[in-house]
Design a protein around this ligand. Structure first.
Ligand SMILES: [Cu+2]
Length: 283
């Protein structure tokens, strides 16, 4: 169910942010990046991001309604119980009916939030339907991408400001982006080699910490469309934390094949080393 439609009659703030999101969406058709004066989330790409945006829009309605209700109550109380009309303070301390209401209603609100929240959490937790696997490694201060099935791996460094070419984005471009075919479910195996980093691509709604000695798993649902998705490390990881952007390039199936051929020559890793368990079974 899309909650975004519910926003329409919902007042100035929600309507305005929706309007701006619409404008930014049309501007960023080919590149999923943050926009100047952007107010809402980035345009969602793929099923995970759409579900996350729907949840965000539902929460926006709920928190706005709660804030307006509490503000109205405060204004009412200030007016109704003002000193000039209430010379003698009331001694009232309990009202069982109201107490039951203010306990039960928040519980109901939390349940309403929890149901879609957990549904999304489990949806994005893991997939058995992945078309391919990419191993992502966070390092101080760059990303490494490994395609285990293709036996290739490479590092991805930010392009310095003075080396940017026309139309490239400051602090967001890299020399070797992660390349995936459009319309693909990509399983990501994520780990770190030095400190904690975080793999964060807002338009795909993926954010996963890289932890040394532990492989985290998630997936991205890259939709159809030749698009460049931009993200950044969002775990403060050291001096150059802000200089390790993430670029995922979704290309057509044919272009992916061409890229793969070149990459296999340039970034070949050879067969992945057999694990200790496999070696033990050979002996
Ligand atoms: Cu980092």
């Amino acid at each position: 169910m899309r909650y975004s439609n519910l926003l329409k009659p919902f007042g100035l703030i929600a309507g305005l942010s929706g309007f701006i999101a619409m404008i930014t969406a049309s501007v960023s058709a080919m590149a999923a990046t943050p926009e100047p004066w952007q107010m809402g989330l980035q345009e969602p790409a793929g099923s995970i991001a759409e579900k996350a945006t729907d949840l965000h829009n539902l929460l926006l309605i709920i928190i706005t309604a709660i804030s307006v209700f509490v503000l109205a109550l405060l204004i009412y109380v200030c007016f109704r119980f003002r000193e000039s009309k209430n010379k003698v303070a009331t001694k009232t301390t309990h009202n069982p009916l109201i107490e039951v209401i203010w306990t039960v209603v928040p519980v109901i609100i939390l349940v309403v939030i929890a149901v879609p929240s957990f549904r999304l959490l489990y949806y994005q937790d893991r997939t058995d339907l992945a078309d391919m696997v990419v191993k992502v490694t966070g390092a101080q201060w760059y990303w490494s991408y490994e395609y285990p099935d293709e036996q290739l791996a490479f590092d991805s460094y930010m392009i310095e400001e003075e080396d940017l070419t026309e139309g490239q984005q400051r602090l967001l471009e890299v020399d070797y982006p992660m390349v995936v075919p459009e319309g693909t479910r990509v399983k990501l195996l994520i780990e770190g080699v030095d400190v904690m980093h975080s793999f964060f691509v807002p338009s795909l709604a993926v954010q996963k910490y890289t932890v040394v000695g532990r492989t985290n798993e998630t997936w991205i649902d890259v939709p159809m469309g030749v698009t460049t998705y931009y993200g950044q490390c969002n775990q403060i990881c050291g001096t150059n934390h802000s200089y390790m952007p993430i670029v995922i390039k979704a290309v057509s199936a044919e272009d992916y094949k061409i890229w793969l051929e070149g990459a296999k020559e340039e970034f070949a890793t050879g067969p992945i080393a057999p694990s200790a368990v496999e070696l033990a079974s050979v002996e």
